[in-house]
Design a protein. Structure first.
Length: 53
């Protein structure tokens, strides 16, 4: 991990448009986490249930 990557982790995504959108929506860390978990579940659910049959 380079210095630039560490800076992005500390300050945000590094994308000014994305950071501005986050400021406008006021999304906090909890909402970010639930959004991530929802996206993860959506991606792996079909694989998981296919293997559980």
């Amino acid at each position: 991990m380079g210095l630039e990557d560490e800076r992005k982790m500390r300050t945000g995504s590094g994308d000014p448009n994305e950071e501005e959108e986050e400021e406008l929506t006021g999304e906090d860390c909890t909402e970010e986490l639930f959004g991530f978990l929802h996206a993860r579940d959506h991606c792996v659910a079909h694989k998981l249930f296919k293997n559980l049959k």
